[in-house]
Write a protein that binds this ligand. Structure first.
Ligand code: 13P
Ligand code: SF4
Length: 353
C-alpha cells in the first residue's frame, strides 16, 4: 500500500507524533505512518465511539479499506438507516452525510471536512425548485440524492443512479415529472423508461468533463475492451449512440451506478475494462477482480470534494468528534419522506454494498 504524506499534513497530534523514529535533535527522522498503524488507530477510536465508518466508492484507498461499508449512494443510505451504531462517520461529501442524518436523526453524523461539497448538488436551490414547481402544478418531483436537504424537502421522491429509472416508473404514466438536477442522468432515465421528463440543466463537473473524444480515443486503441459508464457522464449519450451505430458492442457496454460497476467487475472475464467515472472507483474494481485490467477513460476525472476526506482528517474526526452534521427538524421531516421512498425502491446489490 502506498504511503501518503498527507497523514502528516493535517498537524493533528496523533498523526504528527506517530512514526517518530526515536532519534533526537537535528538527526531526528520521521517514518511515514504505515496503513496498518493508522488503520489500527482508526479502528480503536471508532470502537470507543461505537461508530460505523461509511465510505463512498470515490474515497481514496486507505479510507475505503478501513471503512465498515464501502458503496454507492443508495447502499450507503441503506447502511446508515440500518446501523445500530451511536455515530455515523461519513467519508463522502456533504449531501451524503446530510442524507444519513435525515435517515438516522437520533445518531451523531460526522463529516471529516465540511468543505467536502458537491458541484452538482449546488446546481439547484430550494427557492429555484419552488419556482419550477409553480410552473408545473401537479407534477411529481424526482430529486437525485445529490441535492441539499432543503431541496429534498421540496421533492416527492429521491433517487440515486442505481434506482432512478425504477423511481420514475413508480410514478403514474399520466403525471408530469420534474427531474433534477443532473441533465445527463435525466436523459438516461428518459431512454430507459421511454418517459418524457422535464430536466433541470445541471451537471457534475467531473463527469461532464469526461468527453466523447476521450471515450472514442480509448476505445479505438483497444477495441476488445469492455466499457462501464456512469450515467452522470458527458459521454454517456455518445457511448449509447456508438452502440446503436454498431461502433460499440452492446453486450460489452453498460451504464451503471458505482455499486453496480463493482458487481460487474466481479462477474467479468474480459482482459480489459475501461471505466468512465471518478477514478476512486478503480480501487474497488481492482479488488473485486484482480485478473482483469481496469483503466479510466479519463485520468482527470478526480472529484476534489471526495478527496478532501484524508486519513488525517478521519483520525481527527474520530478523536475530536468533528464535524457534526445537523438538519433542522422541519426540513428533515419533509426530506425524510422523499429519501425513505428512495431507499425502498430498487434491489440492493447482490454484494449488499
Ligand atoms: P453513485 O450513487 O453511483 O455512487 O454516484 C454518486 C456520485 O456522486 C456520482 O458522482
Ligand atoms: Fe458531486 Fe460530481 Fe463529486 Fe459526485 S463526482 S460528489 S456528483 S462533484
Amino acid at each position: 500500500m502506498a504511503v501518503t504524506g498527507r497523514i502528516l499534513e493535517a498537524g493533528t497530534n496523533g498523526g504528527t507524533e506517530r512514526g517518530r523514529s526515536g532519534a533526537t535533535g537535528d538527526e531526528a527522522t520521521y517514518d511515514e505512518p504505515t496503513y496498518d498503524d493508522w488503520a489500527a488507530e482508526v479502528r480503536g477510536l471508532a470502537g470507543r465511539r461505537h461508530a460505523v465508518i461509511l465510505a463512498h466508492n470515490y474515497q481514496e484507498p486507505w479510507i475505503q479499506d478501513v471503512a465498515d461499508h464501502v458503496g454507492d449512494s443508495l447502499a450507503l443510505s441503506r447502511a446508515a438507516a440500518a446501523s445500530d451504531a451511536d455515530t455515523i462517520v461519513f467519508c463522502g461529501v456533504h449531501f451524503m452525510a446530510e442524507t444519513a442524518k435525515i435517515l438516522a436523526p437520533d445518531k451523531t453524523v460526522l463529516l471529516p471536512d465540511l468543505a467536502a461539497g458537491c458541484s452538482l448538488a449546488d446546481m439547484i436551490t430550494a427557492e429555484q425548485l419552488r419556482q419550477w414547481k409553480s410552473e408545473h402544478p401537479g407534477a411529481a418531483v424526482v430529486a437525485y440524492v445529490n441535492t441539499s436537504a432543503a431541496v429534498k424537502a421540496e421533492a416527492d421522491v429521491c433517487c440515486t443512479s442505481s434506482n432512478a429509472a425504477e423511481v420514475v416508473r413508480s410514478i403514474p404514466e399520466d403525471t408530469e415529472v420534474l427531474f433534477l438536477p443532473d441533465y445527463f442522468l435525466g436523459q438516461h432515465v428518459q431512454r430507459q423508461t421511454g418517459r418524457k421528463l422535464h430536466l433541470w440543466l445541471g451537471e457534475c463537473h467531473v463527469h461532464a468533463g469526461i468527453r466523447p473524444e476521450e471515450l472514442r480515443a480509448r476505445l479505438a486503441a483497444d477495441a476488445d475492451a469492455e466499457l462501464l459508464v456512469h450515467p452522470e457522464c458527458g459521454c454517456t449519450t455518445t457511448a449509447l449512440w456508438m452502440i446503436s451505430d454498431g461502433q460499440l458492442p452492446a453486450d460489452r457496454t453498460r451504464v451503471l451506478s458505482t455499486g453496480a460497476m463493482v458487481d460487474a467487475a466481479r462477474a467479468t472475464t474480459a482482459n480489459k475494462v475501461f471505466v468512465a467515472t471518478e477514478v476512486g472507483i478503480l480501487h474497488q474494481l481492482r479488488k473485486a477482480n484482480p485478473t482483469t485490467s481496469f483503466e479510466p477513460i479519463s485520468q482527470r476525472a478526480v472529484c476534489r470534494y471526495m478527496k478532501m476526506i484524508t486519513p488525517a482528517k478521519l483520525l481527527r474526526t474520530l478523536r475530536d468528534g468533528v464535524y457534526e452534521i445537523t438538519v433542522p427538524e422541519d426540513v428533515a421531516s419533509r426530506a425524510r419522506r422523499a429519501v425513505q421512498r428512495m431507499i425502498a425502491i430498487g434491489q440492493p446489490s447482490p454484494t449488499g454494498e
